[in-house]
Design a binder for this molecule. Structure first.
Ligand code: NAP
Length: 226
């Protein structure tokens, strides 16, 4: 399959990219980023782009795609407020999904939201993510992923404290509802694409279960406890 990755310079997207490059199921990986990637690979094509509301300049990246893995996102603390957070979280994703439909109508759109996402949340970020999930599922049959703590690739964007705390977070590894390795999200997205899933939301435990299944360790149903 051919996949298009957004957010590949980030913690989640960097790990998803690695999972795709390592997967025998994936033939070609394209990444749309606003700055160069450190990784090079014969199966990887990188498109440097600036305007994430208008993808005409990188239209070629959307041709012949089977799955778009949208890992672009931002912490609300890194924005000026709701308007900017909504533009990056909701509008960028919807613009990418629209472009994908025009160029690869059969492709699936995967979106990373996060644990705690809910339309009635008191937290603004959780409501905006929920509205994004709702609109992506309604308009495009998207598959949405709600990871808890992602143990992902090194990201320049992560606060120093967060980077320093990462070894401590790894102590959570045994808690299937609280921790997920970033590459497991990529494995789960690839598996879900192979299974032709559409219009669903998947929580942390099930992400890990699907990744285990993709590696050939147990069935998704057996692994959802814990
Ligand atoms: N990390 C976690 O534990 C965790 C847990 C649950 C959910 N999530 C969600 O997963 C998603 C990715 O998180 P992450 O931890 O990977 O974040 P990250 O390390 O900060 O990476 C974010 C990615 O999005 C890109 N991006 C951000 N703002 C952009 C903008 N205005 N224009 C273009 N690209 C932009 C970044 O590009 P640049 O490198 O160019 O800035 C980077 O590639 C977010 O939606 C986050 O809420 C994360």
């Amino acid at each position: 399959m051919n996949v298009l990755v957004f957010g590949a310079t980030g913690a989640a997207g960097g790990s998803v990219l690695r999972a795709c490059l390592d997967s025998p199921q994936v033939d070609e990986v394209r990444a749309i980023v606003r700055r160069p990637l450190a990784v090079t690979h014969e199966e990887l094509r990188v498109f440097i782009h600036r305007d994430f509301l208008d993808y005409e300049a990188v239209a070629d990246a959307f041709d012949g795609i089977d799955a778009c893995l949208f890992c672009l996102g931002i912490s609300v603390r890194q924005t000026s407020g709701e308007a900017e957070y909504r533009t990056i979280t909701h509008d960028y994703a919807l613009a990418a999904a629209r472009m994908l439909r025009r160029h690869s109508p059969d492709a699936v759109f995967h979106f990373i939201s996060g644990q705690g996402t809910a339309l009635d949340s008191r937290m603004m970020w959780a409501r905006v993510k929920a509205e994004t999930e709702r609109d992506l599922i309604h308009e495009f049959g998207a598959v949405c992923w709600r990871p808890a703590f992602i143990d992902g690739a090194n990201s320049d964007n992560a606060p120093r404290l967060y980077q320093a705390m990462r070894p401590a977070f790894r102590l959570l590894r045994g808690l299937r509802g609280m921790y997920v390795a970033g590459e497991d999200i990529g494995l789960a997205m690839i598996q879900s694409t192979r299974d032709a899933e559409r219009g669903r939301i998947t929580g942390n435990r099930e992400i890990r279960a699907i990744a285990d299944r993709a590696r050939g360790r147990g069935s998704a149903r057996q692994q959802t406890g814990g």
